[in-house]
Design a protein around this ligand. Structure first.
Ligand SMILES: [Zn+2]
Length: 151
């Protein structure tokens, strides 16, 4: 994370303390379409990314949530439709924009989006509070930060 040291940011999910893809605390769930807050959060982050990442928005059409975090937080895995365009020449890593979620004045709750081979594979929320973020806030409440040094 860029705005807080590893010592101050604590993952909700103690079984995956590194908070890096692949997310390894997921449990299979019935695949479902992304909910509007999930789509809107990803779109907002993509809007802050370079042009080569804009294809991610097309992947949201028909994307499915395939797994969710076992701790109850809003982290989930994504399966993008196979016909969707590939972003950023098949980039694997974090989308180069991150979101912070203001909550109780804490600046360090946030969300990150993972790509693999240029395709959406997951969204993870993290933070410093004792309780997980169980639902993504409206996109208007997410503050986007460019994440230029996380690749
Ligand atoms: Zn979790």
């Amino acid at each position: 994370m860029l705005w807080a040291s590893p010592q101050t940011v604590v993952a909700y999910c103690q079984s995956r303390p590194t908070r890096r893809w692949p997310i390894n605390n997921l449990e299979p769930t019935a695949a479902r379409p992304l909910a509007a807050p999930e789509v809107n959060a990803i779109k907002k982050l993509v809007d802050a990314c370079p042009p080569e990442f804009q294809a991610v928005k097309a992947q949201l059409e028909g994307a499915r949530v395939t797994d969710r975090c076992a701790c109850g937080c809003a982290t989930f895995d994504i399966s993008a439709p196979p016909h969707a365009p590939i972003a950023a020449d098949g980039f694997t890593g974090l989308l180069p924009a991150e979101g912070t979620i203001p909550r109780g004045g804490s600046p360090a709750d946030g969300l990150i989006v993972f790509l693999r081979d240029g395709r959406l594979v997951g969204l993870e929320v993290y933070g410093v509070a004792d309780t997980p973020i169980r639902q993504l806030p409206p996109a208007d409440d997410i503050i986007v930060l460019p994440a230029t040094d996380v690749r």
